[in-house]
Write a protein that binds this ligand. Structure first.
Ligand code: KIV
Length: 270
């Protein structure tokens, strides 16, 4: 039984305290309906990820996502989420230009969406911005390892930690010193993610980074099997959502064509 399941509203202190006591569960959501489902299920952190560019908008990567699109999706998730801690993923180009520009855009997201934290991909280069945000009342979640916003310079999505484990550990420690409340470790080999998790006082949230992180995050569409494309090794599909919906859609078409729907219980007789 979860010690935190009775808590009515998860805040940043609950997330920090969960390290070493209970695994943190996080998932992405992008709209009212999906957010309501996972909030009711009891996840602790809901992230409006820039993965929305791929799973909602159908782009090849996350780079085209705009600040306006992020705000739009966050507002709808906020309408649904009553309990989860809400984190907005700052999109590519919204915080890299300068500390001032990053601050302005993060303030905008927090003010216009009612979200409680922002997530920033990056290592040492984002430390000045992280410090300013935290000093000014904005919770920041870090994101290191495989950083999808760097897809072009990385030349693809590459597993991290084989040759850069020291860099990753240093980045994690610097981010912790700068004040982030947790760090997403994406695509990091398990033993390196374990070492980082052990050396930090704040929780690590893994995606494709093995069993020893303090929590896990997955993309909504992956968890519920909404795509028939190849599923990455680190994903576990908890249901075959695409086929469930596809078969229901086919049945609806068939029954409507055959005059089975609507039947007498679906009509107003008087
Ligand atoms: O954009 C996203 O969904 C993410 C998570 C998967 C960590 O960054």
């Amino acid at each position: 039984m979860s010690k935190y399941s009775e808590i009515k509203k998860i805040n940043v202190n609950h997330i920090k305290k969960m390290k070493g006591s209970e695994k943190i569960v996080s998932i992405t959501a992008y709209d009212y309906t999906s957010a309501r489902i996972v909030d009711d299920a009891g996840v602790e952190i809901m992230l409006v990820g820039d993965s929305l560019g791929m799973v909602v908008a159908g782009y090849d990567n996350t780079l085209p996502v705009t600040l306006e699109e992020t705000i739009y999706h966050c507002k709808y998730v906020k309408n649904a989420a009553k309990r989860s801690f809400l984190v907005a993923d700052m999109p590519f180009g919204s915080y890299q230009i300068s500390v001032e520009d990053g601050l302005r855009n993060c303030f905008r997201v927090i003010k216009e969406t009612g979200f409680e934290a922002v997530k920033l991909e990056g290592g040492i280069e984002i430390i000045p911005l992280v410090k300013k945000l935290v000093q000014n009342g904005i919770n920041v979640m870090g994101h290191i390892g495989l950083m999808p916003q760097m897809v072009n310079t990385m030349g693809g999505y590459k597993i991290q930690g084989r040759s850069n484990s020291e860099t990753l550990l240093n980045e994690a420690l610097e981010l912790e010193n700068a004040g982030v409340f947790s760090i997403v470790l994406e695509g990091v080999i398990e033993n390196v993610a374990k070492e980082i998790t052990e050396k930090l006082k704040i929780p690590t949230i893994g995606i494709g980074s093995g069993r020893y992180c303090d929590g896990q995050i997955l993309v909504f569409h992956d968890v519920f099997g909404l795509y028939d494309d190849m599923t990455p090794k680190f994903v576990k599909k908890y249901c075959d959502g695409r086929n469930i919906i596809l078969n229901a859609a086919k049945l609806y078409i068939k029954e409507t064509k055959n005059g089975i729907f609507p039947s007498v219980e679906n009509v107003f007789l008087e």
